[in-house]
Ligand binder design. Structure first.
Ligand code: HDD
Length: 679
């Protein structure tokens, strides 16, 4: 928990309630004498209508649920702060981007998109990355995803997209998965989705952690400075730990072993003081260059390649406090891309324009009326005054006779602020056009950047893409849909389309192929930051382990930021040859190799067969998931017997424990070892 409260924290503090140690009361504050038995006419008689306590308790319970979000229902959030590195005044008048000394409180909610509120977290899906900045000029929401493009170009198609990806209506299957007929039918018949589908079939869609994924504002927004000059801008969040992913088999197993994997990871990191950090980056294009690119900068299915338009890093966000109550904060937070501050404005991206309607509309049903801005998590930290009144759940007590503008009785207040006083003035873009339902010609290239993405992938990443398509389309029942998708992705890459066509038993595409040869190295996760920090290492150990060596390894791992956790056949203590003791964190029943980033096999001096069987299961699974494996002492013999000792990312120590530890740390930082051949 962050020790220094910020303005948002102080505001929330007024609403926090400590129930522990208090007397039980009704909502009216009446102390109750009994809370187990309803009031009855006789001990064996019927419950009485006058039992106000029973009625209140039951009525509240009956109304505890609200509709889950139509998309992004499964989410988890944390509080933090944002600080800009240098003033961005040249580009924007947004005050929270001016002063490096100012810390702006933030609340960030991460989410999956398709699954319902109780679904597993490691499913293949885009992730939401929504940030609410509580600035002195009002709330600014950057409602993004971990993928920089979107499936569709016009918000008009959003209900169709979501109907297609959600469980099919006739049998409500499958949950939290795009591997079904209607999604792929939508894809094949709405080919603007090609680029985003490449991302959702890539490793990006199975992140290792919310702490290890990028975030993107997706749309092109506008910065407007004090002189009224505007710039096109795209927003990026870059995780300080780098961008890392799971492998698909592992992700599916985690869905069963720990459906809360991502929230647990975030929660624990914050509780441990390993605060997740993300740098904010911007790509800026001057107005005069609006038409200088071979794509339309308003098209949300396009990225701005970082090599062409560099990402300028302008600040850092640190998440340093878990919520106190998930419903009150995470569930009731209401984001909206239309929550902007002076200096940040919209463009005519037709997807963004539609979003500007949808978000308030959805809160009205979800949060039950127009006063959701008054919920503690949604309140700005600056004052808010207007003539809006009444509605369900109104909390402010607006005094006075007047609730209209213009007026004379209250001196015509609350009064609009001039631009100099901080009043929001929309950027005066000149628009000249006819009313028309159409797609711009400049939005019609659906495949070039999908190919750019493919070209930018490393060989293992390409292989994962082929496997992802093979899995997803392998679950599709309609041969026709499968064939349509193969034909569609032949436009992206013949290698890709042929690769999965074969796996799903569809004839290889005859035509197709792409002439795009460009690539963008920034898109490959091979080129991301690689660090040991917070990596979980499962240490398989039994009584009689070599205390001196093992303690030295564990100390060093901890010093370098790794998190070793002891796995053994039972909970309690395990004692080393020199009397050193280790507390067991997980048994073979409760801990699984899929829940660790790396494995350190040690064993003991009198290990039984069932222990060996369990240890080998861990070893083989971690190996098949390309994870770093370190082995010393008895662990070494297990690795040798499995024929793994010379494989990539398998580090063994015959003698020198220090060299072993150094090499093991390097292997952990590398995250996965793709050169390893699965036997
Ligand atoms: Fe959306 C929620 C991100 C397109 C309509 N969206 C929602 C959330 C995120 C995004 C992160 C969850 C916020 C939270 O944690 O509470 N959405 C995106 C991105 C998009 C996008 C990055 C494309 C660039 N969304 C989009 C369109 C529409 C919507 C085109 C409709 C026209 N989105 C919604 C919504 C949700 C939502 C129905 C559901 C719950 C909510 O708003 O508060 O209004």
């Amino acid at each position: 928990m962050s020790d220094k409260p910020n303005k948002k924290d102080e505001q929330l503090e007024q609403f926090r309630v400590e129930d522990e140690g208090k007397k039980l009361t009704t909502n009216q504050g009446l102390k109750v004498a009994e809370d187990e038995f309803s009031l009855k006419a006789g001990e064996r008689g019927p419950t009485l209508m006058e039992d106000f306590h029973f009625r209140e308790k039951m009525t509240h319970f009956d109304h505890e649920r609200i509709p889950e979000r139509i998309v992004h229902a499964r989410g988890f959030a944390a509080h933090g702060e944002f600080q800009v590195y240098e003033s961005m005044r040249k580009y924007t008048k947004a005050k929270f981007l001016h002063d490096p000394a100012v810390k702006t409180p933030v609340f960030v909610r991460f989410s999956t998109v398709a699954g319902s509120k109780g679904s597993a977290e490691t499913v293949r899906d885009a992730r939401g990355f929504a940030t609410k900045f509580y600035t002195e000029e009002g709330n600014y929401d950057l409602v993004g995803n971990n993928i920089p493009v979107f499936f569709i170009q016009d918000a008009m198609k959003f209900p169709d997209l979501i109907h297609a990806v959600k469980p099919e209506p006739h049998n409500e299957m499958p949950q939290a998965a795009s591997a079904h007929d209607t999604f792929w039918d939508f894809v094949a018949n709405n080919q603007e989705s090609a680029h985003m589908v490449m991302w959702t079939m890539s490793d990006r869609a199975i992140p290792r952690s919310f702490r290890m994924m990028e975030g993107f504002g997706v749309h092109t927004f506008r910065f407007v400075n004090e002189e009224g000059e505007a710039f096109f801008v795209k927003f990026h969040w870059k995780p300080v730990l780098g961008t890392h992913s799971l492998v698909w088999d592992e992700a599916q197993k985690i869905s069963g072993k720990d459906p809360d994997f991502h929230r647990r990871d975030l929660w624990e990191a914050i509780e441990n003081g390993d605060y997740p950090e993300y740098e904010l980056g911007v790509q800026i294009v001057e107005e005069k260059d609006e038409f200088s690119f071979d794509f339309d900068i308003l098209d949300p299915t396009k990225i701005w390649p970082e090599e062409d338009i560099p990402v300028k890093i302008i600040g850092k966000m640190t998440l340093n406090r878990n919520v106190d109550n998930v419903f009150a904060e995470t569930e009731q937070v209401a984001f909206h891309p239309g929550h902007v501050v002076p200096g940040i404005d919209f463009t005519n991206d037709p997807l963004l324009q539609g979003r500007l309607f949808s978000y308030t509309d959805t809160q009205l049903i979800r949060l039950g009326g127009p006063n959701f801005h008054e919920l503690p998590i949604n309140r700005p930290v600056c004052p808010f005054h207007n003539n809006q009144r009444d509605g369900y759940g109104r909390q402010t007590i607006n005094k006075g006779q007047v609730s209209y503008h213009k007026n004379s009785l209250a001196g015509n207040t609350p009064a609009p602020a001039s631009e100099a006083e901080g009043g929001y003035v929309h950027y005066q873009e000149k628009i000249d056009g006819r009313k028309i339902r159409a797609r711009s010609e400049s939005f019609k290239d659906h495949f070039s950047q999908a190919t750019l993405f493919w070209n930018s992938m490393s060989e293992p990443e390409k292989q994962h893409l082929i496997e992802a398509f093979s899995f997803e389309l392998g679950k599709v029942e309609s041969k026709s849909v499968q064939r349509q998708v193969v034909e569609m992705f032949a436009n992206v890459s013949l290698d890709l389309a042929k690769g999965f066509a074969e796996a799903i038993g569809v004839e290889a595409p005859k035509g197709g192929g792409s002439s795009v040869t460009k690539s963008s190295p920034a898109l490959s996760q091979e080129n991301t930051i690689k660090k040991v920090d917070t990596r979980k290492v499962g240490v398989i150990i039994d009584d009689g382990f070599n205390g001196q060596d093992v303690m030295a390894v564990l100390d060093r791992l901890k010093q370098e930021g790794a998190k070793p956790e002891i796995v053994s056949d039972r909970l309690g203590k395990k004692t080393g040859s020199d009397g050193s003791e280790l507390e067991v964190d997980h048994t073979f029943l409760t801990g699984e190799s899929v829940l660790f980033d790396a494995l350190y096999l040690v064993g003991g001096n009198n290990v039984d067969r069932s222990f060996i069987k369990d240890a080998l299961y861990f070893l083989h699974e971690a190996y098949d998931h390309f994870k770093p494996i370190g082995a010393t002492h008895q662990g070494l013999t297990w690795v040798k017997e499995a024929g793994m000792e010379n494989s990539a990312g398998v580090v063994t120590a015959e003698q020198n424990i220090e060299t072993f530890t150094t090499q093991f740390l390097e292997a952990i930082a590398a995250h996965r070892h793709w050169a390893r051949q699965v036997k």
